[in-house]
Design a protein around this ligand. Structure first.
Ligand SMILES: Nc1nc2c(c(=O)[nH]1)N[C@H]1C(S)=C(S)[C@@H](COP(=O)(O)O)O[C@H]1N2
Ligand SMILES: [Mo]
Length: 431
């Protein structure tokens, strides 16, 4: 490890404002290069709450550039990677209480498998530590087990990764690797009960039909697993419908697991096998630094092989603002904003959402609706007053049912950048 030189944040702002802002606020959405140089001109507006701006804080950017996805059946998502295909949903497209298939983010680790000729005949094998291994067609699943429909949040373990400094490897997600679709399927626990779990069954392992990115046939794109207790949760579903329709191919048809509230990587797409194991699973995406967090904080940027880390389980509390885009321009003279968004907290619920327009000096509580069902996200809304025209930042922050708030900066840095859930800032220009 190199010996870092210590410098105060105000001193760094004076010397290298871009880096200082990245350190304080994360890299995404801040002004850069020429944009930074011409910030005053670009804003062209007074900052009414300037007196409350933390010393040295740079305004959040008013615009972002990203390649826009163009794909049949999909909305204008932001492309984060083409091979494998990964695309994020802008927060304003998450204004729908139930996430449409079009606006559902995409996260592939491998290639996209061929479309199944007969979806009803797609087979699922359940084997390993069970009394009666099963080999069931999708059509049989629906006939043999109770079919349930639930709104379930599904969030990538790396959501928010772009907030980490120093940057970590992996897709640089903003807040948009989240969805709250209505899923229909059967409970995994009912299927496991039919197979008969042996007392030795302590972990699952999930397999899908997608080839490894390299095309190698002896390697899995991803195959993760979870402790039995989460597999037995009544909301962990084997799904064959999304929002009342067949699941779109890109989202895992004909059969996918939905493991709400835990890293999205446990929601295996194109699911064809669940293997019950007598020890924690060790497949692709398990162990080391994969979907694992330090038990005690490590030095940001330090090399670490993940020994002693623990698997991510329930995702941390986070909120989105869906009524106003970061960078929105609003008519001169507007004196109030009706804000809306969503918030969620893994297996927990959200107790409160607060908004600040004056750089965190004061916070106003928003109304937070109850979830449609357990593991659904919660919508929030509220009106805030604007004292004048000018440049404002809407800071939004949720608190979970245990009283844990989104932190001011991404905490618990880890090599692959999981669990960053810092408060977000949306810049708006009035007038
Ligand atoms: N078979 C398979 N399942 C998978 C993946 C994958 O690459 N292959 N990606 C996982 C990850 S990391 C996430 S976040 C979610 C994303 O689901 P989506 O593409 O429907 O948004 O699927 C999970 N299930
Ligand atoms: Mo993910």
């Amino acid at each position: 490890m190199s010996k870092a030189q210590e410098i105060s944040l105000p001193a760094l702002y004076a010397a290298d404002p871009e880096r200082a802002d990245a350190l304080a606020w994360g890299r995404r959405g801040t002004l850069r290069g020429a944009a930074l140089a011409s910030m005053g001109a670009a804003l062209g507006a007074a900052i009414p709450f300037a007196a409350r701006m933390p010393q040295g804080l740079l305004p959040a950017a008013l615009a972002q550039e990203s390649a826009i996805l163009r794909m049949d059946g999909k909305g204008p998502l932001l492309i984060l990677g083409e091979r494998p295909l990964v695309a994020e949903t802008p927060e304003t497209l998450l204004d729908e209480p139930i996430t449409s298939a079009a606006n559902h983010f995409i996260r592939n680790n491998g290639q996209i498998p061929p479309v199944a000729a007969d979806p009803q005949a797609w087979r699922l094998v359940v084997d390993g530590e069970v009394n009666t291994p099963l080999n069931l067609a999708v059509g049989e699943l629906a006939r043999r087990f109770e079919v349930v429909t639930r709104q379930l949040q599904m969030e990538c373990g790396g959501n928010g990764r772009s907030q980490f400094t120093p940057a970590t490897r992996g897709n640089q997600w903003g807040n948009g690797a989240i969805s709250n679709a209505e899923w229909t399927g059967v409970r995994l626990r009912d299927v496991l009960a039919a197979a008969g779990l042996k007392p030795s069954a302590v972990f699952t392992a999930h397999f899908g039909a997608d080839p490894h990115l390299s095309g190698a046939t002896d390697r899995a794109a991803i195959n993760r697993g979870m402790p039995i207790a989460k597999a037995m949760d009544e909301d962990t579903l084997l799904c064959f419908r999304m929002n009342g329709q067949a699941i779109p191919h890109i989202h895992g048809a004909p059969l996918r697991l939905i493991t709400p509230g835990w890293p999205g990587s446990l929601s295996q797409k194109w699911l064809n096998r669940i293997w019950l194991r007598d020890k924690p699973h060790d497949g692709a995406g398990m162990g080391g630094t994969s979907y694992r967090l330090p038990r005690t904080p490590i030095v940001p940027g330090a090399e670490n092989n993940g020994a002693g880390f623990m698997d991510m389980a329930s995702m941390p509390v986070r909120s989105i603002l869906s009524s106003h885009a970061h960078g929105a321009r609003i008519a001169a003279g507007t004196r109030a904003l009706d804000l809306r968004g969503a918030a969620w907290a893994g297996d927990e619920t959200v107790r409160a959402v607060h908004v600040s327009l004056d750089f965190g000096a004061t916070w106003q509580e928003m109304a937070v609706a109850a979830p449609a069902n357990r593991h659904a996200w919660q919508r929030w809304s509220g009106r805030v007053a604007l004292p004048s025209d000018g440049y404002f930042e809407i800071w939004y922050r949720a608190t979970d049912s245990q009283g844990r708030m989104q932190p001011h900066a991404a905490a618990n840095w880890n090599p692959q950048g999981y669990g960053a859930n810092a408060i977000s800032r949306a810049a708006i220009l009035v007038g």
